[in-house]
Design a protein around this ligand. Structure first.
Ligand SMILES: [Zn+2]
Ligand SMILES: [Zn+2]
Length: 174
């Protein structure tokens, strides 16, 4: 592959991974995988969360793709594009942890953006944490974030429809 197509494939894979992360977060982590995601939505003082185990699936996907692209592992069946897709999954994993664990949850650095898209990402994910339990909720992506005003309107609509419990409402209820 030419360096240009390789680079384009890495970028495309990063973009696809945001979609994969959005869908897994919405349908798996807030679905049958809630038992692992739950502790991420509850306050605690532990260093690690069960939720961190989901990162292993991303790591396995990246390692699997690197293996499929490597003649050392896959021999004559090695498929070069898999290497660049594996790199894209790895790059997405790094972006995910910098944005979600670092920027939003301040697990290993503390920088509060005053404006711009970085601030919008933080606000959008804080609003993801505005609901209690696995039902409803907004902003399941990590890098692509809609405007906070839009998300707040959607949360209010979910509260009215009874499809989500909001944190402040839950606090008020005791
Ligand atoms: Zn969640
Ligand atoms: Zn979070």
């Amino acid at each position: 592959m030419s360096p240009y197509s390789a680079f384009a494939l890495v970028l495309a894979t990063v973009a696809v991974m945001e979609g994969v992360a959005w869908a897994s977060h919405k349908w798996i982590m807030h679905g049958f995988g809630w038992a692992w995601h739950r502790d991420h939505h509850e306050s605690h003082d532990k260093l690690l969360e069960k939720n961190d185990l989901f990162a292993l699936f991303g790591a396995a996907l990246s390692i699997g793709l690197f293996s499929a692209g490597s003649p050392l592992v896959a021999g004559a069946a090695a498929w070069e594009p898999a290497t660049w897709m594996g790199l894209g999954v790895l790059v997405y994993g790094i972006i995910y942890t910098l944005v979600h664990d670092g920027l939003v949850h301040q697990r290993y650095f503390r920088w509060v953006p005053r404006g711009g898209y970085a601030r919008r990402i933080v606000q959008a994910h804080k609003l993801h944490h505005a609901t209690v339990g696995r039902e409803g909720g907004v902003s399941f992506g990590f890098v692509v974030a809609r405007r906070p005003e839009t998300l707040k309107r959607e949360l209010a609509a979910q509260r009215r429809a009874g499809t989500a419990i909001l944190r402040d409402a839950a606090d008020a209820a005791g």
